[in-house]
Design a protein around this ligand. Structure first.
Ligand code: ADP
Ligand code: MG
Length: 385
C-alpha cells in the first residue's frame, strides 16, 4: 500500500512535472488535559498522534506559493506579498500564513510549490490545523536552510510562528497548545506545556512527561463523535474574551495568577454567573493538570482517569464547551469500564478520549455505538491512539 508520503510525492510529480525536493510531515495531537488554558498563560498536557499531515514541496523561481490539498481536491496560488488576513481565504490561509509569519519574522523564505495530504480528521479536535501548519513550517525550514528544527528552541520559534499564522491570517484566536504539541512533543511521551514559564525569548516551556498506558494494559481510545467543531466561529473567541475580561476585573495579567486557594475570593468579585463559571474552569483545570502530571509520574492511572472525568464535568458545566454527543460518549465509556473520559480539543464536538483497560475496549466501543443508535446519531469513528 502506498504511504501518505508517497501519495503527495507522486501527486507533486503529476502536477509540476518534476520530483519534489522533499516530503515533510507533522502530527496531529490529543490534549490529554488542560483545555482552553493556553491563552490564559496556563498549563496543558498533549501527546502527538501517529496521524500526520504530509507535504511534498519544492522551491520556485518566483515569489509565489502554489498550494494543493489532495484531500480537498483544490489548488490555490498566491503571491507572497499579497498574503494577509483573509487572503488566501479558507484552508490555504493555514499554509500561506505560516510562510507569511516566517517572512515577517525576518526569515528568508521564498516561493514554494506544495502538495498536501493529511491523515488527521478535519475539525475533530485533533488539530488538523496545527498538523498542516507544522508540515509547511518544517518544509520551509529545510528548503531555505534555516536550521530551526534542529533543537527545541528553534521548534518553539516555529510553533510560535504557526500560531501567529492562525491568529493573524486565518483569524482564529487560538492559543499555542496545538502548534507546540505538533512541533515539540517527543515520541512516546506527553508534553507538559506551561504558558506562564517562558524562556529567554518569551516562548513557553515544555517538558516531557512519561505516558505509556499500554505498558500498564491500558488503551487511550479516541472516539470521534462526528459532531463538527470549528475554532473560527464565535464561541472560541467569546470564551477567550470572557477570560481576558475576568483577568482585567481581578487586576491580574492572566487567570494563571489565581490558584485554588485564591479562587473563592476571586469568584466573589463577579456578579455574572457566566464569569464565575469561566474563572472556575480555568483555575481548577490548571490544578488538574498539575495533579495529572503527578499521577502519570506515579503510574496512578485510576487517579489520572478521575481527573479526565472531572475535567469533562468542568468543561461541560462551567466552561460550557461540550455537546450532547461528547457528554453521552463520556458517560457511557465510564459506565462500561473506562477509567476516565473527556472531550479533547477546542470544544463543541470533535473527539472524546477514554482511558480503557484492554479487556474492556470491546465493551466500551459497543456500548457507545449502541448509545448513538438509540439517539439516531451516525456511528462514531473509534480508534486507538
Ligand atoms: P482542527 O484543527 O481541530 O481539525 P480547525 O477548525 O482548527 O479544526 O482546523 C480545520 C481547518 O484546517 C480545515 O477547515 C481546513 O481549513 C484546514 N485543514 C486541515 N486539514 C486540511 C487538509 N488536509 N487539507 C486542506 N485543509 C485542511
Ligand atoms: Mg485547529
Amino acid at each position: 500500500m502506498e504511504t501518505p508520503g508517497q501519495s503527495v510525492a507522486e501527486a507533486y510529480v503529476a502536477m509540476y512535472g518534476r520530483p519534489a525536493e522533499g516530503v515533510w510531515s507533522a502530527p496531529g495531537r490529543i490534549n490529554l488535559i488542560g483545555e482552553h488554558t493556553d491563552y490564559n498563560r496556563g498549563m496543558c498536557l498533549p501527546i502527538a498522534l501517529s496521524q500526520r499531515a504530509w507535504l511534498a514541496a519544492g522551491r520556485r523561481e518566483d515569489d509565489r506559493l502554489r498550494l494543493a490539498s489532495l484531500d480537498l481536491g483544490e489548488t490555490v496560488e498566491v503571491a507572497l506579498d499579497e498574503i494577509g488576513p483573509g487572503n488566501p481565504p479558507n484552508w490555504a490561509a493555514y499554509l500561506a500564513g505560516v510562510v507569511w509569519a516566517m517572512r515577517e519574522a525576518g526569515l528568508t523564505v521564498g516561493g514554494l510549490n506544495a502538495v498536501l495530504s493529511s491523515q488527521v480528521p478535519i475539525g475533530s479536535g485533533l488539530s488538523s490545523s496545527a498538523a498542516i501548519e507544522g508540515c509547511i513550517a518544517v518544509a520551509a525550514d529545510a528548503l531555505f536552510d534555516l536550521g530551526l528544527t534542529k533543537d527545541d528552541t528553534g521548534r518553539a520559534r516555529l510553533a510560535a510562528l504557526c500560531q501567529r499564522a492562525e491568529n493573524h491570517i486565518v483569524g482564529a484566536p487560538t492559543g499555542g497548545l496545538d502548534q507546540t504539541a505538533s512541533l515539540r512533543a517527543p515520541a512516546g511521551m506527553a508534553l507538559l506545556i506551561d504558558f506562564d514559564k517562558l524562556d529567554a525569548v518569551g516562548l513557553p516551556s515544555a517538558r516531557p512527561v512519561p505516558f505509556d498506558p499500554a505498558a500498564d494494559g491500558l488503551i487511550l481510545l479516541v472516539i470521534n463523535t462526528l459532531a463538527p467543531h470549528a475554532n473560527v466561529d464565535g464561541q472560541y473567541a467569546a470564551r477567550r474574551a470572557a477570560c481576558e475580561a475576568a483577568a482585567v476585573k481581578l487586576g491580574v495579567t492572566s487567570l494563571r495568577a489565581i490558584d485554588l486557594d485564591g479562587l473563592p475570593d476571586a469568584l466573589e468579585k463577579f456578579q455574572s454567573e457566566a464569569q464565575v463559571r469561566a474563572v472556575r474552569h480555568i483555575v481548577t483545570e490548571n490544578a488538574r493538570v498539575v495533579e495529572a502530571v503527578a499521577a502519570l509520574q506515579a503510574r496512578d492511572w485510576v487517579s489520572f482517569g478521575q481527573l479526565m472525568t472531572a475535567a469533562q464535568a468542568s468543561q461541560r458545566d462551567d466552561y460550557r464547551i461540550s455537546c450532547p454527543q461528547s457528554d453521552l460518549t463520556c458517560e457511557v465509556a465510564v459506565a462500561n469500564g473506562a477509567l476516565g473520559a473527556r472531550q479533547t480539543g477546542g470544544g463543541f464536538g470533535g473527539c472524546v478520549i477514554a482511558l480503557v483497560p484492554l479487556p474492556k475496549v470491546g465493551d466500551v466501543s459497543d456500548a457507545v455505538t449502541k448509545a448513538y443508535d438509540a439517539q439516531g446519531w451516525p456511528h462514531p469513528d473509534i480508534f486507538r491512539a
